[in-house]
Ligand binder design. Sequence first.
Ligand code: DX5
Ligand code: ZN
Length: 221
Amino acid sequence: MVEVSTSILSVKKGEESKTFFALETAKTDYFHIDVMDGEFVEKNTYQSMLEYASYIRRISNAPLDVHLMVKNIKKAVNDFSAVEPNIITFHLEACENEEEVWENINYIKQNHCKVGISVKPNTNIEAVYQYLPYVHMCLVMTVEPGKGGQSYLSEMTDKVRTLKTYIDDNDLEIDIEVDGGINLRTAPEVKKAGANILVAGTAILNAVDYKVIIDELKTGV
Ligand code: DX5
Ligand code: ZN
């Protein structure tokens, strides 16, 4: 079953609470919280995402899908655990070595949270294989992380298909989430390739009716 995780990165200033209530009413499956530290990526959304996540936690029971685009993963896990996220995803590329990847996986689990591992477009998917049996989700970035409103990188479809084949061949039970440029045009091909959680920001926040667009992203072929 395909789920939709709405990225709140591009929420219009001054319309935050109205938007979050409308997304709760539209039954988004997750709120996707894009945490950027100004180091791993250029933008810094750290404080605003912490405030938004705290607010959403108070008005909605929808799970929080925290996407860490940060270098200091442990600090972010400490800070964002306060909003009781459903899952915290970190970037493989933010880790110096394999030992640090294992440490982050265990640290997130010790904080009673599911673990996601993410790869940027230029990272080979094989680089995450060894960690997959120990995480709950793999987030395949379909744009370069750092900002919303970018176009889907079509070569990522094959990457998702390769990951899905590996997961099936190894009887693994993990979600494949895709993030960046997902809309009614790109969703069908990436779902067909094997993605089962779609992150969308612009496509949803710019829509007239959130429920309609969320349902269409899920069901569109
Ligand atoms: C980019 C973020 C994405 C982005 C998605 O670094 O991780 O979640 O906000 O936004 P759209 O759907 O507009 O590409
Ligand atoms: Zn994201």
